[in-house]
Design a binder for this molecule. Structure first.
Ligand code: MEV
Length: 333
């Protein structure tokens, strides 16, 4: 239970998009997964008459200020029923603009913390989703909702705009290397750039969408069958399509080449592209297996990227059903 003096915590996962970024904005399904890095927040009820505040990156802001973070905080708090009257501290351990869902993870962690501080007990996850989407719209204008869905679920999911989230529960774990290209990218700008390509060249764009749709459908089957080789090839194909609509960069291509020459089963950008992060597949192993060849390869790829000057880490996506994974409709998406 919440008292005025106690503080309530909220956490959320960062994410990788395995397949379908950008196409997901146009209601093509995408596959994403939460990773074990993300964001956390702590909220305390404000004394009566005090304004709400948010402390992040050493700076305190209030919801009436004129900055994106202040507007996003206000949007999150004023989803009905309002959560005005809270002091929040939040931090993330994924880089902002790094393609790993930093802002969505912050939105979900803050929403969970303020819901608990205001209403007590376990946060209402449907309202957490609404609050976190309200936050995300301020930064990204037209988000598909996949980043927020992955931040909430923390595991594999199939996401379709308008239809919501379906947890995927393959009997396998997936080992990835995740590396940062060194340049941050604005998701809003990249999404707007893709909208311009769609307007200028609708035929090319339709081919992009139908190519991605086929890749996502095959990737779902490969994941369920534990077919790492097929999954890797599909990642390479998705990367080619993303490069075809100008989302890749020299650094991303260099990282994909390093990963493949180290033995990766496949590699692609993840998230908005134009910078951000790259994922490479080390392999698939039975759930919970210790010291698998998939893990060793993911560790080697991350080391090869680090040697070439790209910050990187290996990560395991757990295929087991996660009780926190919720099947949610996405409101108004
Ligand atoms: C960003 O992580 C994913 C995009 O598809 C945008 C979105 O889905 O909102 C590029």
């Amino acid at each position: 239970m919440t008292t005025e003096a106690s503080s309530c915590e909220g956490t959320a996962s960062g994410k990788v998009i395995l397949f379908g970024e950008h196409a997901v904005v146009y209601a093509v399904p995408g596959i994403a997964a939460g990773i074990d890095r993300g964001a956390r927040a702590k909220a305390t009820r404000a004394a009566s008459g005090e304004r709400s505040s948010l402390l992040m990156s050493g700076r305190t802001l209030t919801p009436d200020e004129d900055s994106d973070h202040a507007r996003a905080f206000r949007a999150l708090l004023t989803v009905e029923p309002s959560c005005m009257g809270v002091h929040v501290e939040a931090s993330a351990d994924v880089p902002p603009g790094g393609g790993l869902g930093c802002s969505a993870a912050l939105g979900v962690a803050i929403a969970r913390a303020v819901e608990s501080a205001t209403f007590g007990d376990t946060p209402d996850e449907a309202r957490v989703l609404e609050r976190a989407l309200a936050w995300e719209r301020v930064f990204h204008g037209n988000p598909s909702g996949i980043d927020t869905a992955a931040a909430i679920a923390g595991t594999f999911l199939l996401y379709e705009r308008g239809a919501g989230t379906k947890p995927l529960t393959p009997p396998y774990d997936v080992w990835l290397a995740v590396g940062y290209s060194g340049a941050s990218a604005s998701t809003k700008q990249m999404v707007e750039g893709i909208a311009r390509i769609k307007d200028r060249n609708p035929d090319l764009f339709d081919k992009f969408l139908s190519g991605v749709r086929a890749i996502v459908e095959n990737a779902r089957l490969a994941l369920e069958a534990g077919d790492g080789r097929a999954l890797g090839q599909l990642m390479d194909m998705n990367q080619m399509l993303l490069a075809g609509v100008l989302l890749s960069t020299e650094a991303i291509e260099k990282m994909c080449a390093i990963a493949r020459s180290t033995g990766a089963l496949g590699a692609k950008l993840t998230g908005s592209g134009g910078g951000g992060s790259v994922i490479a597949l080390g392999g698939i192993c039975p759930r919970g297996e210790r010291r698998s060849a998939a893990e060793e390869l993911a560790v080697r790829i991350a080391a090869a990227w680090s040697d070439a000057g790209f910050a990187a880490f290996p990560t395991r996506i757990h295929g087991s059903h996660n009780d926190g994974a919720t099947s949610l409709e996405s409101p108004g998406q």
